[in-house]
Structures are given as structure tokens and as C-alpha cells.
Ligand binder design. Structure first.
Ligand code: ATP
Ligand code: MG
Length: 235
């Protein structure tokens, strides 16, 4: 655990967040009064039964969706409810997302996939971004894969490339939804080792998982049930 890297700076702040899908009798309250502060450098695991609201929480943290009521701030900036363009910008600058099923584009090479988030980056010039080769080093892949296509590498390698892509915009937070859900235990371990290393360097990580051995890597475990955050287990 990278306590030396942790600070009091709030990377994300949720206050009384609810999310209701649908209307009337068919509506689903996916989040129900969630309060959460994520500090810079934290490694949080989100656990809980299927349907408890974990992915919804991650989408709202990642500015991919907005709450029905409540407040969301990323790096101290309120996430705008109505200005979708601003929200997309915020996401592009501050968020890295890793999915269970990798979401790489097969028409592109590995290098192009990793570069992709940078096309959406408003270049304020203040961020010094790593070279694509350095990102591939970080996820323990040989640079030779840069010219291959995702279909030409293994599932475990694809997820490592997806992590490199998620890091390309030097995000404030890395959000991962079941990142090891499609991997065998050896590949899961290598992905979790990468997360450990990144967290040691100060990257804030939030991982949704059903797997207790994945949650073991976190410094804080939050449990969801019926759209609510239950008590927390810290280290
Ligand atoms: N786009 C949507 N429209 C309507 N209902 C939705 C939508 N997305 C999620 N839900 C509902 O909201 C609730 C929370 O879903 P969510 O995907 O956040 O759960 P989860 O904890 O990630 O589950 P899992 O572990 O199965 O991935 C569920 O009841 C789900 O059916
Ligand atoms: Mg989910």
C-alpha cells in the first residue's frame, strides 16, 4: 500500500448521489444516497452482489453518466450536468477506464489503440505525457507488440494494452470494472501487479470486482448493496 503517496487531495467527491433508471413502476434506483470521497493515491476495491450498483457508481465517477440527484466533483471541479461537451472533456483529461472485455479496436494497431485517448485531450500543455513506448513498458509488454493488432495478441496481453491506453492521458483516476473478469489466474495476477506498481507511483485506482483476491490488493474496500455503500474495511 502506497501510504507515502497518499494525500488529502480529493480526486473525486460524491455527495448524496442517487441514480434512477427508467420511470414510474419500472424504475430502478441503482444508487441510493451515495457519499464517497476518493483521496489521491488511494486504491479502492468496490465489491457487492450483482445489481448492487457498482458499475453505475463507476460510470458516474468516470463522468460517463450523470446522477439523477446529488453532486459529483472530480479534482475539485463540479461535473456539469447539462454541458455534455464539458463532461467529455473532463473525462478525457482526468479519467482512465479499464473494462472487463478490453474494448480495443481491432482495425487499429496496438500503438494506435494506446494513442487514441490523446486525440480527445484538450492540450493545455501542462501535462507532460509519457511516450507510447514507455506506457507499453509500464504494463510489462515488449515494444514489438506496438505494430500488431489486438487480434494478434493474447487476452491477458490485450488487457495490459488496455491499461496502457487508460494511462495515455495521465489520468487522475484509473477506474476498472471487473478488469480480471475474463482472465485466468496467472493473467489476473500480472494485471494486479501492474495496478500495484501504478498505485505505488501514486496513481489513484478504483477496481470493481467479485474476486476477493483482487480486492486484497486495495487499501480500502467499499461494499455496495441495493445502491447503498455499506461500511468500509480499511487497512
Ligand atoms: N441502463 C440501464 N437501464 C436500466 N436499468 C439499469 C441500467 N444499468 C443498470 N441498471 C440497473 O441498475 C441496477 C444496478 O446495476 P449495475 O450495473 O450498476 O450493477 P452491478 O453492481 O455493476 O452488477 P454486476 O455485478 O452484475 O455487474 C441493476 O438493477 C440494473 O439492472
Ligand atoms: Mg457491473
Amino acid at each position: 500500500m502506497s501510504s507515502k503517496q497518499m494525500s488529502d487531495r480529493k480526486v473525486a467527491y460524491l455527495e448524496e448521489v442517487t441514480k434512477v433508471y427508467g420511470e414510474g413502476r419500472n424504475s430502478v434506483r441503482a444508487l441510493d444516497g451515495v457519499n464517497l470521497s476518493v483521496l489521491s493515491g488511494e486504491f479502492i476495491a468496490v465489491v457487492g452482489p450483482s445489481g448492487s450498483g457498482k458499475s453505475t457508481l463507476l460510470h458516474i465517477l468516470g463522468c460517463m453518466d450523470i446522477p439523477t440527484t446529488g453532486t459529483v466533483e472530480i479534482d475539485g471541479e463540479p461535473v456539469p450536468r447539462t454541458n455534455e461537451r464539458k463532461r467529455t472533456e473532463l473525462r478525457g483529461e482526468k479519467i482512465g477506464f479499464v473494462f472487463q472485455s478490453f474494448h480495443l479496436l481491432n482495425e487499429l494497431t496496438v500503438r494506435e489503440n494506446v494513442e487514441l485517448p490523446r486525440m480527445f485531450l484538450r492540450r493545455s500543455g501542462e501535462k507532460k505525457l509519457a511516450e507510447i513506448g514507455e506506457l507499453i513498458d509500464k504494463v510489462n509488454m515488449p515494444r514489438a507488440v506496438l505494430d500488431r493488432r489486438p487480434s494478434e495478441i493474447s487476452g491477458g496481453e490485450r488487457q495490459r494494452v488496455a491499461i496502457a491506453r487508460a494511462l495515455a492521458n495521465d489520468p487522475s483516476m484509473l477506474l476498472c470494472d471487473e478488469p480480471t473478469g475474463n482472465l485466468d489466474s496467472a493473467n489476473s495476477d500480472s494485471v494486479m501487479k501492474i495496478f500495484d506498481g501504478l498505485n505505488e507511483e501514486g496513481v489513484t485506482i478504483i477496481v470493481v470486482t467479485h474476486n476477493p483476491s483482487v480486492a486484497d490488493h486495495a487499501s480500502r474496500i467499499v461494499t455496495m448493496r441495493d445502491g447503498k455503500l455499506l461500511g468500509e474495511v480499511g487497512e
